[in-house]
Design a protein around this ligand. Structure first.
Ligand code: NAI
Length: 777
């Protein structure tokens, strides 16, 4: 084609990136890979081929790890961990920095290998995946440097099992490995079976950086190897992948005392208001759903357009789609590359074929004869309940419907079981900032989309999983508080017989929706002290749990109150408790038979005052991110928190959970100390006289073992905690898998309630939502 012809058509010529270096690296390794264990590559064993999805050609043969391989990797990581931690933050920072530098030096090799292995356009691997992966190592070199000064109470978890997907192979590795290493952990990582090559190149880089052996171990293979890692003697599992596997991992790790973070699927809304800059919003969509062929957990896959502009918007969008260039991912002029594997292609084809209600537009681009390609696709006119509007397609397929008002936009956007990300387009700053907080998502982009940075935490709510990657909050997932843990000792109720201390029948009811409520089952049990019968308490059942959760869910207005107001109410509760300190002291002493009541009441008042102090100070952050904008890391309440309170500290255990939770705008359903419930039932009167709105605090009495499952499985409960002296960790974490609620269970250890753990409670009681907004020049 002549230059004149090029100017006439304005068509791009091909600009292919050479694969030679990457293919030569594969040949250098013998085209067959073993695992990377204890600082060296093992001999290749039985395995499977890794193919280039754009051509179908075999790139290398990988080894399917055996049980013995996984055990060797975990043993190497275990052995290396104490020394690695003992290097100190500054010592580890050097290695992380060296890795970052080497990744930067070899960035083109990484980019080409990633594109060959995954099928994503070289423009993306070159400009997004690889630079962001490097950035994670640089950023976390800094975090390692600062660990001792900024996180003096944190210590590493130990050995982390990490299982990653195929959509951002090296980037997901970086998200997992960098913070783990920075905080003094060692890792056993399994890349996805379709895309293991850049992880193996990364192993080569670790060797070049002189990383102590055993700090990073990489085993290859399919889901069965993932299962082995999940079952191994590790201290944490970090997983990114499908919600189904995430749920399975939650169940498989239940009660084992493992830390767990899950970054799962999404069906993120992309909301376009009628005053949006339409051309920008359409370019944004190209990034939202055609970036990486739509194989992005936070892809803006659900388009919601305001009715007045819908026709014009769809017309422009179809025209833009028809201009997208699809083909050889190594061509720098390509917009859309290959889908990762024929299996994933079939899933996409099957889902689109299931459409019965929507109008389908496939982009006009020609598909290459060979390879796994699917054209950019738009399906309009779907109802919100249509499976295609609800299920993750994980391909270049955008589904869409329209809305009329901002309120309806929010309702539709939140109408999914997921909560990973959302995008808002409008030129009206008031509207954008009104809508962003209402979207149930871990990340919100305003007039932009799919922006990521190591400084801004990433992760979801609801069935998109829990935990954050990146930022300060991401470090919490790789550390635990220093200190010895006490073994849990079950506390039995005092048994007795004989006449009541006071002849008047005193049967304390439950406290639900701001009112005292008779237990549904109509049963109660006596509470004995050393001096005799102290009274009776109601035995709550699953129906009472339902009523309490309903009351808590109904009190959602609490989340919208100001920190100042919540602080005032907490101070007021403290003041009222202080006025009745003698009565509570007496009650606690009578139940426990100890003389610890006065101390416990005083500590409870302090906890209330501490929570009040934090209510208007436990703020978010503003992250400077490398775009023309900022990321506002806002702390939001988790929602409804169900908790089994400590048995040994009848008042302090309850207050220590309740105060920070409500300070941050949560509503709580608390199961009082099982053996000593009467301090909690007396506490109703304090709540009644302290302006606590109905439903914000609900208190049940009865058997923790009976209340655990209904609380942990209730779909309107967002987090479940247990400090009971009955170890119900396994049962709770299994039941919590249903809607993937956050859990904090004591795993056969107990907290020392005389120590103020308010910061831990505040952290557990909040979710960080990162809102990216344009800012500055
Ligand atoms: P997947 O969840 O099965 O695989 C992700 C990783 O988990 C891989 O390394 C895999 O080997 C491993 N794995 C699979 N089964 C396991 C098990 N039982 N225990 C431990 N590890 C296990 O995802 P898959 O099958 O590759 O894709 C299926 C769907 O999952 C996609 O269509 C998409 O909807 C979703 N997905 C979501 C991702 C995200 O980033 N949120 C990433 C990849 C897939």
């Amino acid at each position: 084609m002549s230059i004149k012809e090029l100017f006439d058509t304005m068509e791009y010529g091909p600009a292919p990136e050479s694969a030679a270096e990457a293919l030569a690296w594969l040949v250098d390794q013998g085209d067959r890979f073993g695992h990377f264990i204890d600082g060296a590559f093992t001999a290749p064993g039985d395995g499977f081929d890794s193919r280039n999805p754009a051509t179908g050609e075999v790139l290398a043969t990988l080894t399917q790890a055996t049980q013995a391989d996984v055990e060797a990797a975990v043993a190497a990581a275990r052995k290396a961990q104490p020394k690695w931690a003992a290097l100190g933050g500054a010592g580890r920072a050097r290695y992380l920095y060296a890795i970052a530098r080497l990744m930067q030096k070899h960035s083109r090799l990484f980019a080409v290998l990633e594109t060959l292995d995954n099928g994503k356009p070289i423009r993306e691997s070159r400009d997004i995946d690889i630079p962001l992966a490097q950035r994670h190592f640089y950023y976390h070199a800094g975090m390692a440097q600062l660990m001792e000064s900024e996180l003096p109470d944190a210590e590493p978890l130990g050995v982390c099992g990490q299982i990653i997907p195929w959509n951002f192979p090296l980037l997901m590795l970086a998200w997992k490995v960098a913070p783990a290493l920075a905080m003094g952990n060692t890792v056993v990582l399994k890349p996805a079976e379709f895309t293991s090559l850049t992880a193996l190149l990364f192993a080569d880089i670790c060797q070049q950086a002189g990383l102590p052996k055993g700090v990073v171990n990489i085993v290859t293979g399919d889901g069965a190897v993932g299962e082995m890692i999940v079952a191994a003697d590790v201290d944490k599992i970090a997983f990114t992948g499908s919600t189904a596997v995430g749920r399975h991992i939650r169940e498989a790790t239940a009660g084992r005392g493992l830390e767990l973070t899950l970054e799962l699927g999404g069906k993120s809304a992309y909301v376009v208001f009628d005053d949006a800059d339409i051309d920008s919003a359409i370019e944004g969509l190209v990034d939202a759903i055609w970036f990486n062929q739509g194989q992005v957990c936070c892809a803006g896959s659900r388009l919601l357009v305001q009715e007045g502009i819908a026709d014009r918007f769809y017309t422009k969008l179809r025209a833009r789609m028809d201009g997208l260039r699809l083909g050889n991912p190594l061509d720098k002029c390509i917009d859309v590359g290959a889908v990762v594997d024929p299996v994933q292609l079939q899933t996409i084809e099957r889902m689109v074929a299931s459409n019965t209600a929507g109008q389908v537009h496939h982009a006009a681009c020609a598909l290459p004869e060979n390879g796994c390609y699917y054209p950019p696709t738009l399906i309009t006119g779907l109802s919100t309940s249509d499976p295609l509007m609800q299920e993750e397609i994980f391909g270049p397929v955008l589904v869409s419907t329209t809305f009329r008002t901002p309120a309806e936009a929010v309702e539709l956007a939140n109408n999914t079981r997921y909560g990973l990300a959302a995008t808002v387009w409008t030129e009206n700053v008031n509207l954008a900032l009104d809508i962003a907080p209402k979207l149930v998502a871990g990340v919100v982009w305003v007039n932009a989309t799919n922006l990521f940075d190591a400084a801004a935490g990433f992760g979801g709510v609801r069935e998109s999983g829990f935990g954050r990657e990146g930022g300060w909050e991401g470090l919490a997932a790789y550390t635990r508080p220093k200190g010895k843990r006490k073994a849990l000792a079950r506390i039995e109720p005092t048994m007795g017989h004989g006449a009541p201390v006071d002849p008047i029948d005193r049967t304390a009811k439950l406290y639900v929706g701001g009112k005292q409520a008779r237990p549904d089952g109509g049963y109660s049990r006596p509470v004995w002290g050393k001096s005799g019968l102290l009274g009776h308490v109601g035995l709550a059942n699953r129906k009472d749990v339902r009523n309490a959760v309903e009351a808590a869910a109904g009190a959602s207005g609490w989340a919208k109150t100001t920190g100042h107001l919540r602080a005032q109410i907490l101070y007021y509760i403290g003041e009222n408790l202080s006025a009745r300190a003698a009565e509570f002291t007496h009650r606690i002493d009578a139940m426990t038979g100890k003389r610890s009541g006065a101390k416990e009441v005083e500590a409870s008042i302090q906890r209330l005052f501490t929570a009040a102090a934090w209510a208007d100070k436990y703020d978010g952050q503003v992250h400077g991110v490398p775009i023309r904008g900022v990321a506002l890391a806002m702390k939001e309440p988790v929602g409804v928190i169900g908790a089994l309170c400590a048995d040994e500290a009848p008042l302090l255990g309850l207050v220590s959970v309740m105060a920070p939770a409500i300070a941050m705008g949560n509503r709580v359903v608390l199961a009082a100390s099982e053996p000593y419930p009467l301090a909690a039932t007396d506490f109703y009167q304090i709540l009644d006289t302290s302006d606590v709105p109905a439903g914000v605090v609900n208190i049940l009495t009865g058997s923790h073992a009976e209340l655990a499952r209904p609380l942990a499985s209730h779909l309107n409960v967002d987090a479940v905690w247990s400090f009971s002296s009955t170890d119900l960790s396994a049962e709770i974490e299994t039941a919590a898998a249903g809607n993937l609620k956050r859990s904090w269970v004591n795993n056969a250890t107990s907290l020392d309630w005389s120590v103020d753990h308010s910061k831990r409670f505040l952290q557990a009681a909040t979710e960080i939502k990162n809102i990216w907004v344009p800012y500055g020049e």
